[in-house]
Every structure is written in structure tokens, then in C-alpha cells.
Design a protein around this ligand. Structure first.
Ligand code: ZN
Length: 422
């Protein structure tokens, strides 16, 4: 039985790496084939030098991605099959009688150690790759302080949450996973409200959009669509990167819209109004509770699965642990390490849902905002400024694109306008 567990895990690991590499190679091939000229419908989006640069950027990111995939899989394989996990467990004094804090700490320590091999890659991506294409605004000092803050958050927030969940196992017994799910879900809701209030400001400066024509225009849009925004915030995204974005956080009366300063710099007032209308669309069309319900469903299934693995000696013994001498720590660690190998195959489904929401929000923006014209030109400018890949391979985008491509969005916007022949 232990061999079966190891075979399944190894197969899943190899299948994922091969698929990822294959997708990247397909995508690179597609981009290279069109590197001399973008598709006809997109000729106006970028001038020729910019288009060439977007091709170079995509290829550079792809090559780096290939390396990252293989490297990540090797690290995971070493960690899983070398006996490192049971060894650290013994070292940290885990066991059936260990406290929930010690068991939780084991998970935090392993996950933190595991993030170390990724640091050089992360550094390279920011200070070589992004730098080369003019997107990096961060400094090594800021980068290090971000990492330290991240670690403080993990120890300060994730560890108590884990300890609480582990405590439920002792306290409630076999149905612990339902209560653990409830705790986890409440935590998720609380984070949606607290993240923009407490955590985000630790990393970025958020200021209300100043009085003026732009603010008046955006507030008028919010009133017109029944969104009743209290404030629209501007985030200094330019502190780290030249990439631009807008996003929506929170729910109910805690909802808020955040625009990157880079976005405000790049778009006209009318285009910004279109982007805001799109974000309001997500809110008005109920996308946030829908995604929340979906993630709750997945969360419940995960906890049920974890509960089942927890009482199954074969699972942890396959990786060198001794069942009789273990607390819940090992099953939690293995679950955290292995989940991604299986959820990867769900990403096309998740992306499909997300893309459906994007089309709906675009449509909302067209009907309630300044119309299809400014929405289209905003999307075009964003693609241009971010050097987006205009021609991703369809299979690659199935797995990796949560948003439809520029061409798909433009087509959808124009069809609804009744000028599909254009
Ligand atoms: Zn959207």
C-alpha cells in the first residue's frame, strides 16, 4: 500500500511538470511564429518596437518559467523522498503528546524552509528579468523587508490559526474537520475585511483619491450604478513595479476599490471610469459571494480529505513517519505539500469561471460606464504598458489565464455593440 501512495504521488509530480513544460513550450512556439507581426485585429494596439519587446518579454519569462518548474519539482522531490520531513519532525519534538503549538510550528518551519530555495529565483525575477524590461522599481532593501514582514505575518496569523484547528482535533474528535472548516471560513471572511485595513497598508501607502475632476467623475459613476462608494483609494504600486492594476476588496460596507498610481498615470479619465465600471460590475453581479462560496466548498472538501488522511497510517508512513509516534503535524505538512499537484488540474475550470465573470463585468462596464470605446482603449493601453503577450497559445491560456485575452475581450465588447463586422 505504501508503494501505491508513493507511485501516485510520483506520477502526479511528473505529470504536472511535464504538462507545465509542454504548455510553456507550446506558448513560446506560438509567440515565435508571430514575432514579426501581431494579428491583424491587434495591429493598432502596439507599434512595432513595442510589439517586439512584448515578444522578448514573453520569451524571457517563459525560459525562466521552464527553469522554475523543473527546479521546483526537484526541490519537492528531494524534500518528499529524502527523509528530511520525518527527521525535522523528530528534531522539533513532534509527537502524539506534543502541544498544538509544537505541531503547528512544525508546519510553519517546514513551509518556511521550503520557501528558501525559491528566494534566488524570486530575486532574479525582480532584479534581472523585470529590471531588464523596465518594470522593476523595488530595491534589495525593500525586497528583504517584504520577505521579513511576510514571515512575521505567517508566524503571527497562520500559526495561531493552525494551533486553533489542531486544538479542535483533540477537543472534538472525529468530526473536527467540520468545525475546523467553520473556523477557517470565518477567518477568510475576517481577512477580506482586515487585509485592506491592516495588512496592505503595512506594505503600501493607500491614500484617498484627491478632490478634483477625476474623483467627481468616478464618484458620479459609483452613485449612478448604486455602488455608493465611500472612498476610492490610490495605492503606490509604483514603489515596487511599473505594472498597473486595479482591484476590489472586502464586502458589504467594508468594500473598497483600489487603483494603482501607475494605472492613473497611464489611462485617461474616461478610461479610468471604464475600469472602475468593470470593478463595480464584479460587485453588482455578485461575483464576490460566488467565488467565496466556491472556495468554501473546496475548503470543506479539503478538510474532509485531510481528516481521512489523518487516520490513515499508510499515508504518512509512506514518507518515513511512524504513525504510532506522530501527532497530526505530518499529515498536515504532506497535505500542504501535495495539494498543488492535484488542484493544478482544476485550474482550467477555475479560469473558465473567472473568465466568464470578466466578460460579464466588461459588459456591465459597457452598459453602465462610458461605453465600449473607452473600455477597449483602456484594455489596449494596459496590454501595451504591461507588454502583455497578445498571442498566447489557447492551451496555455486555458491553464494560466484567469482573464480572456485582449482580442477575446475586444471581440465580445464590439459584438455587443452591434458592429461585429468591423
Ligand atoms: Zn475583472
Amino acid at each position: 500500500m505504501q508503494t501505491l501512495v508513493l507511485t501516485v504521488v510520483l506520477t502526479a509530480l511528473v505529470a504536472k511538470v511535464i504538462t507545465e513544460v509542454w504548455l510553456i513550450v507550446l506558448n513560446m512556439h506560438e509567440v515565435r511564429q508571430r514575432q514579426n507581426a501581431p494579428p491583424k485585429a491587434l495591429r493598432e494596439v502596439m507599434d512595432e518596437p513595442t510589439y517586439r519587446r512584448s515578444v522578448e518579454y514573453t520569451l524571457a519569462k517563459s525560459r525562466f518559467g521552464l527553469f522554475g518548474e523543473v527546479y521546483g519539482a526537484l526541490v519537492l522531490a528531494v524534500v518528499l523522498f529524502s527523509g528530511l520531513l520525518p527527521w525535522t519532525y523528530d528534531l522539533l519534538g513532534g509527537g502524539p503528546t506534543a502541544s498544538v503549538w509544537r505541531e503547528g510550528l512544525y508546519l510553519i518551519v517546514v513551509m518556511t524552509l521550503l520557501s528558501l530555495p525559491g528566494l534566488p529565483l524570486d530575486h532574479h525575477a525582480q532584479f534581472r528579468l523585470e529590471e531588464r524590461f523596465g518594470f522593476n522599481n523595488s530595491t534589495v532593501r525593500l525586497w528583504i523587508s517584504d520577505k521579513i514582514k511576510g514571515l512575521i505575518l505567517v508566524v503571527g496569523i497562520a500559526l495561531p490559526l493552525l494551533a486553533a484547528i489542531l486544538f479542535l482535533i483533540d477537543w472534538i474528535g472525529s468530526w473536527w474537520w467540520i468545525w475546523a472548516f467553520v473556523v477557517f471560513f470565518i477567518f477568510q471572511l475576517a481577512m477580506m475585511v482586515l487585509y485592506p485595513m491592516l495588512i496592505l497598508p503595512w506594505f503600501n501607502k493607500l491614500t484617498p483619491l484627491p478632490e478634483g475632476e477625476l474623483r467627481q467623475r468616478l464618484m458620479a459613476l459609483a452613485d449612478r450604478t448604486g455602488f455608493r462608494a465611500k472612498t476610492i483609494q490610490v495605492m503606490d504600486g509604483s514603489k515596487r513595479s511599473g505594472h498597473s492594476n486595479a482591484f476590489f476588496t472586502g464586502f458589504g460596507r467594508f468594500r473598497r476599490i483600489v487603483l494603482f498610481d501607475t494605472l492613473i498615470e497611464q489611462l485617461s479619465e474616461q478610461e479610468l471610469e471604464a475600469v472602475l465600471a468593470h470593478e463595480i460590475g464584479h460587485y453588482k453581479l455578485g461575483h464576490i459571494p460566488k467565488m467565496l462560496a466556491l472556495s468554501a466548498g473546496l475548503g470543506l472538501v479539503s478538510f474532509a480529505l485531510l481528516a481521512w488522511l489523518l487516520q490513515n497510517p499508510t499515508f504518512i508512513e509512506a514518507f518515513g513517519f511512524r504513525f504510532a509516534e506522530s501527532g497530526p503535524g505530518p499529515a498536515f505538512v504532506l497535505f500542504a505539500l501535495l495539494a498543488g499537484l492535484f488542484t493544478f488540474w482544476l485550474s482550467p475550470l477555475m479560469n473558465r469561471l473567472s473568465r466568464k465573470h470578466e466578460y460579464q463585468a466588461d459588459r456591465f462596464a459597457r452598459e453602465n460606464g462610458p461605453g465600449a470605446g473607452p473600455m477597449t482603449s483602456a484594455l489596449r493601453k494596459l496590454s501595451e504598458k504591461n507588454l502583455s503577450n497578445l498571442t498566447p497559445h489557447p492551451r496555455y491560456s486555458t491553464f494560466h489565464y484567469s482573464h480572456p485575452t485582449l482580442l477575446e475581450r475586444e471581440t465580445a465588447l464590439s459584438i455587443h455593440d452591434g458592429d461585429s463586422s468591423a
